[in-house]
Design a protein around this ligand. Structure first.
Ligand SMILES: NC(=O)c1ccc[n+]([C@@H]2O[C@H](COP(=O)([O-])OP(=O)(O)OC[C@H]3O[C@@H](n4cnc5c(N)ncnc54)[C@H](OP(=O)(O)O)[C@@H]3O)[C@@H](O)[C@H]2O)c1
Length: 322
């Protein structure tokens, strides 16, 4: 295992803001619909998670206006106010059918910044590739206006196919603004961006991939096993991947993560996240609901898996992703 002495940062896209090579996802912060916020964990645990991430050198957080219907941004805003440290926030605009003029983007961003209690954010992403009546050209122009006004440092998209990403890139290029990020589902158990052209096009165009659900919503942490079966909380209870047979299918991967982790003194989650970093041009944004998860996930960077570990994990997950 190679350790990295300097705390690295990575530029988002070709000339975007520099952030740590891993961020913390905050979908679960305030979200009752999918994640059971308020029942299984609360604000105090999330504050601890926030502070633990900062203490471990990770000050990059991903949120969205839709998470907890604004609650995730509000909690982050509160936590940021309580500390005296620079924090970098990526948030997201959600295209809704009734948002049909460019002004809707400015209004949504104003509301997000108000909840976050910030004058600007380093990254603003379009949550999904729908544009309804607005159209991508109006949308991208409205975002480019915000870069020029300094309320956002860089523009990202999310869940955009290779073709949609190229179109957004071209529209922004006309305004002299690079597309910095495409936030996509990417993990050892979800490798479709390697095959559908997104990964290649992102490399070609200098667009950074933010990998969401990088732990497969907990499956890659080693916490869920067929032997000591525990049902996950929230909406994951109806996800067949978390059933006993679903867990049996991925047990060889979890065992391999555990084995490689033992060699390096790391947890399965840390190995799974480090594998993503090893792909290059990828920043994982694992979710964390408490201090221990935030600390553990932050410990996924600052060291490198051996090339043979990376290759072994690659082979072990090929068939699960075909
Ligand atoms: N752009 C999009 O469309 C989109 C979609 C989804 C997610 N995202 C972003 O990506 C972030 C991460 O994705 P995600 O939350 O779906 O999935 P994830 O990061 O793969 O998994 C998060 C869950 O795994 C468990 N966990 C995390 N770290 C752990 C650890 N070290 N040990 C044991 N368990 C651990 C926690 O749940 P339990 O403790 O309950 O098991 C946690 O809520 C989100 O917060 C959000 O910011 C974006």
């Amino acid at each position: 295992m190679e350790t990295i002495s300097q705390p690295e940062t990575i530029k988002l896209g070709s000339n975007g803001p520099a952030v740590p090579p891993l961020g913390i996802g905050t979908w679960a912060w305030g979200d009752k619909l999918f994640w059971n916020y308020g029942k299984d964990y609360d604000e105090a645990q999330l504050r601890d998670a926030f502070n633990a991430a900062l203490a471990a050198g990770v000050n990059f957080f991903d949120t969205a206006e839709i998470y907890g219907f604004g609650e995730s941004e509000k909690l982050l805003g509160q936590f940021i106010k309580e500390v005296n440290q620079p924090v970098q926030i990526a948030t997201k605009y959600i295209p809704l059918p009734w948002r049909f003029s460019g002004d809707a983007v400015a209004e949504a961003l104003s509301a997000s910044l108000k909840r976050l209690q910030l004058p600007s954010v380093p990254l603003y992403q379009v949550h999904m590739p729908f544009d309804f009546f607005m159209g991508q050209e109006t949308l991208m122009n409205a975002l480019a206006d915000e870069v020029q006004q300094g309320r956002i440092g860089a523009i990202g998209v999310s869940n955009y196919s290779a073709e949609q990403m190229r179109k957004a890139y071209d529209l922004l290029a006309k305004r002299g603004v690079p597309l910095a990020v495409n936030q996509m589902q990417y993990s050892l158990l979800g490798r479709s961006i390697e095959k559908n052209g997104v990964m290649d096009a992102a490399r070609e165009l200098g667009i950074t991939i933010l990998a969401y659900s990088p732990l497969s919503q907990g499956l890659l942490t080693g916490k869920y096993t067929p032997e000591n079966y525990t049902a996950p909380t929230g909406a994951r209870q109806i996800d067949p991947r978390f059933s006993r047979s679903g867990l049996e299918k991925i047990a060889p991967v979890v065992n391999l993560l555990t084995q490689i982790g033992q060699k390096h003194g790391r947890t399965p989650a840390q190995v799974a996240l480090n594998w993503l970093v090893a792909q290059g041009n990828v920043i994982p944004i694992p979710g964390a609901k408490n201090a221990s998860q935030a600390k553990q996930n932050a410990g996924a960077i600052g060291w490198r898996l051996d090339a043979e570990d990376v290759a072994q994990l690659d082979v072990a997950t090929q068939t699960l992703n075909s």
